[in-house]
Design a protein around this ligand. Structure first.
Ligand SMILES: CC(=O)N[C@H]1[C@@H](OP(=O)(O)OP(=O)(O)OC[C@H]2O[C@@H](n3ccc(=O)[nH]c3=O)[C@H](O)[C@@H]2O)O[C@H](CO)[C@@H](O)[C@@H]1O
Ligand SMILES: C=C(OP(=O)(O)O)C(=O)O
Length: 420
């Protein structure tokens, strides 16, 4: 059983330089996509995250050969010997992104049997759009005893309109269409940088994908994919988390290995909050005197403000000099952190999909629980400005998506440790 907790104490300021790891939300679909090829893929800047370990286990269970070296952050993966098209419940339940192997398996083996992923703390997270896309490409879908079975003699390109620009559905359908016969056009797709990274990876394997990063993606099917070297883009959500950590604690931090363009929605909001941000090539400098101007936030698909940064921003806004409104439009239940922040003295009221945050003069340390990955990050931020000690439980969620967050924060002067 996982027994780790974080003990967080007051941090007066953050100072120094921190390097951002490869993006969790890029590496997971790219690992899934690598089994489309029958050759070796070499992937660099692989973050050592729990979710990446689970994805490796899943790909090995399907028959892929996978080797990861933590020191160099390189994965070598070869999908030549994929020998089963079934992804068991035990692996799918550990991580929703496991469902991203469905598109590649269907394209490569003509069938896939995957356990239904189910919901999680942030929402019910249906997969109807993924399935509609596979059906449009000619797959036959059936749901039986908690498993989805998809089969197709041949996938045939077509035009697919997504009702909502779902990140996962865009990725899954794009991967399936890569080896389909003819042209697939997917409209109203997600435009996240991770979609562009996946398309770039597939193209360097020999796929023919155009338009990633816009609302329409066009895929000309190919018969085979080859080998490639690919470097995962930096994690914009990890970068945003360090930006907000600096904002709330005060200080002067250089965040390197970032793509400033990917951070724009966060940079714009932090500037509205009164934080100074300088962009310098592939790094940014964040300067804060701890004074936070109240600011409203509304989460939206990219290039809107990311839902994965909503809870960290909420922590900052609890200390603002007035009232802010936070609207969550992407997930229907992503306010679980509010209850925990209130235990630390925050003044927040939820009304439907909105949270009204009344700034307070101080937060108090308390025993709290990371209800999901980003809730855990938000509680670390709150703990760093609270009086007294904060103990955060259930931090396995945090390890899903942050590489050694406590070590990186400590290198900037934060008072945080992992305890048993
Ligand atoms: C591994 C990964 O990349 N995870 C990210 C991905 O999750 P994920 O790919 O699961 O998120 P989606 O963009 O698919 O979900 C957005 C919304 O669409 C709904 N929906 C989605 C698919 C579907 O078939 N039907 C449907 O109704 C979801 O319930 C949710 O309300 O994008 C989210 C939105 O930016 C991020 O918070 C996650 O960090
Ligand atoms: C919701 C998230 O991830 P996942 O889709 O992997 O649950 C996240 O990264 O905040």
């Amino acid at each position: 059983m996982y027994v780790g907790k974080f003990l967080v104490k007051r941090t007066d300021e953050l100072k120094g330089r921190v390097k951002i790891s490869g993006a969790k939300n890029s590496v997971l679909p790219i690992l899934a996509a690598s089994i489309l090829s029958n050759d070796e893929c070499i992937l660099e800047e692989i973050p050592n995250l729990k979710d990446v370990v689970v994805m490796q286990e899943l790909l090995k269970a399907l028959g892929a050969s996978v080797s990861y070296e933590e020191k160099t952050e390189i994965i070598k993966i070869n999908g030549k010997n994929i020998n089963t098209c079934e992804a068991p419940y035990d692996l799918i339940r550990k991580m929703r992104a496991s469902f991203l192997v469905m598109g590649p398996l269907l394209a490569k083996c003509g069938k896939a049997k995957i356990s239904l992923p189910g919901g999680c703390a942030i929402g019910s997270r249906p997969i109807d759009l993924h399935l509609k896309g596979f059906e449009a490409l000619g797959a036959n879908i059936k749901v039986d005893h908690g498993y989805i079975e998809a089969s197709a003699e041949k996938l045939i390109g077509t035009t697919i309109y997504l009702d909502f620009p779902s990140v996962g559905a865009t990725e899954n359908i794009m991967m399936a269409a890569t080896l389909a016969e003819g042209t697939t056009i997917i409209e109203n797709v997600a435009e996240e940088p991770e979609i562009v990274d996946l398309a770039n990876f597939l193209n360097s394997l020999g796929a023919n994908i155009r338009g990633a990063g816009t609302d329409t993606i066009k895929i000309q099917g190919v018969t085979e994919l080859g080998h490639c070297n690919h470097t995962i883009i930096p994690d914009r959500i990890e970068a945003g988390t360090f930006m907000t950590a600096t904002a709330i604690c005060g200080g002067d931090v250089e965040i390197c290995n970032v793509v400033p363009g990917h951070l724009k929605p966060m940079t714009a909001k932090l500037r509205e909050c009164g934080i100074v941000i300088e962009e310098n090539g592939d790094s940014i400098r964040v300067i804060s005197n701890r004074e936070i101007i109240p600011t409203d936030i509304k989460t939206l698909p990219y290039p809107g403000f990311p839902t994965d940064m909503q809870s960290q921003f909420m922590s900052i806004l609890t200390m603002a000099s007035g009232t802010s409104v936070v609207i969550e439009t992407v997930f229907e239940n992503r306010f679980m952190h509010v209850g925990e922040l209130k235990r630390m003295g925050a003044n927040i009221k939820i009304e439907g999909r909105s949270a009204v945050v009344e700034g307070v003069k101080k937060l108090d340390g308390a025993q709290v629980k990371a209800t999901d990955l980003r809730a855990g990050a938000a509680l670390i931020l709150a703990g760093m400005v609270a009086d007294g000690e904060t103990i955060i439980d259930d931090i396995y969620h945090v390890d899903r998506g942050y590489v050694k967050i406590e070590e990186k924060l400590r290198s900037l002067g934060a008072n945080i440790e992992r305890i048993e």
